[in-house]
Design a binder for this molecule. Structure first.
Ligand code: AKB
Length: 320
């Protein structure tokens, strides 16, 4: 990333977008980071730099903003996540796939655009080895979201090979952030739990107590994303999507960690349809290709993330 970069973040009001726009504007200055979202926004996104209401399915409107601002980096974060996608099958497929084509087609025409597109651990399915899931392995996703991410990975690789599109991608685990709530994912419980621990002292979890999933604290995820986007072209051997590991834990383990800070915290369990989704995903990830190709190294674990989450969420509540 250089000071001459102009960046467009599509889906900027979502969980990753909120943190990413903040970090990019800190680094590049507000004017160089164009935030866009399908829904109008007030506050930080509008006040700290350019903001557009933009539907990623409207290719002409997206191309117009890219041309107007001479954008050379696009982060396409607009998507429907796993739980919502099960309820809205066709619109999830449409947004997740056609949105990707919008950007890949523009990048194929203009060449000088580098694209980031997020994939997910949802590309794996019940037939994938669940412990230290390898980069290259059986991939038979059983969710609409997972199928769209797997197809997206194939298209990214294809556009890179066929049209030279510089597209880069990470298979994110569940992401945890204090800046923004996730929306419609299976791993959302690991964010909600912190808010409700502080606000109510209790939480009802929609997954079973022993459901192990790969997770990552947002500062690590943002660092990984920017590191990948700054990596040398020649070092990147994978143009589908890189496995990325942070930590793995169960609802019971995160609750125990929160209890160290809030001793009266209680948790009960009412698993719903999201249990089946979680059961189809890996428990831990082998990210040795990311380590080797672009130097990835995770920093936060469950304990340091919990300290940091509670610190920031308490501060937010004091200033509210
Ligand atoms: C979800 O739960 O759908 C997402 C994901 C793992 O991609 N957080």
């Amino acid at each position: 990333m250089t000071n001459t970069d102009t960046v467009l973040v599509l889906g900027s009001a979502g969980q990753i977008g909120t943190d990413l726009v903040y970090t990019l504007r800190e680094r590049l200055g507000g004017a160089s980071v164009i935030a866009a979202d399908v829904k109008d926004q007030q506050g930080y996104l509008r006040e700290s730099g350019p903001f557009y209401v933009l539907d990623v399915l409207d290719k002409m409107a997206v191309a117009e903003i890219i041309n107007k601002h001479k954008v050379n980096r696009v982060y396409l974060l607009a998507a429907l996540l796993s739980a919502t996608a099960e309820q809205k099958m066709k619109s999830a497929w449409n947004l997740n796939m056609e949105g990707l084509f919008t950007i890949l087609d523009i990048a194929a025409e203009k060449k000088a655009i580098r694209v980031f597109w997020p994939s997910s651990i949802a590309v794996f399915g019940t037939t994938t080895p669940r412990i230290l899931t390898p980069q290259f392995t059986v991939m038979e996703p059983t969710t609409v979201y997972g199928i769209s991410k797997q197809a997206g990975e194939r298209w990214c690789e294809y556009y890179h090979a066929k049209f030279g599109v510089d597209v880069r991608s990470i298979r994110y685990p569940g992401l945890i952030s204090y800046k923004a709530h996730p929306g419609g994912g299976t791993t959302d419980y690991a964010v909600d739990i912190y808010h409700q621990a502080l606000d109510k002292g209790s939480y009802t979890c929609f997954l079973k107590e022993d459901t192990t999933l790969p997770m990552m604290y947002m500062p690590d995820a943002i660092r990984a994303t920017l590191q990948l986007m700054e990596a040398n072209d020649a070092d990147l051997k994978i143009r589908s999507s890189y496995n990325l590991a942070g930590m793995s834990f169960t609802p019971q383990q995160i609750a125990a960690e929160i209890k160290k800070h809030i001793p009266d915290f209680t948790m009960d369990y009412h698993p719903d349809f999201r249990q089946q989704i979680a059961d189809s995903w890996p428990q831990s990830i082998d990210d040795s290709y990311a380590q080797k190709d672009w130097g990835w190294k995770q920093e936060f674990n469950l304990s340091s993330m919990t300290n940091d989450m509670l610190l920031h969420l308490k501060e937010d509540r004091q200033h509210a």
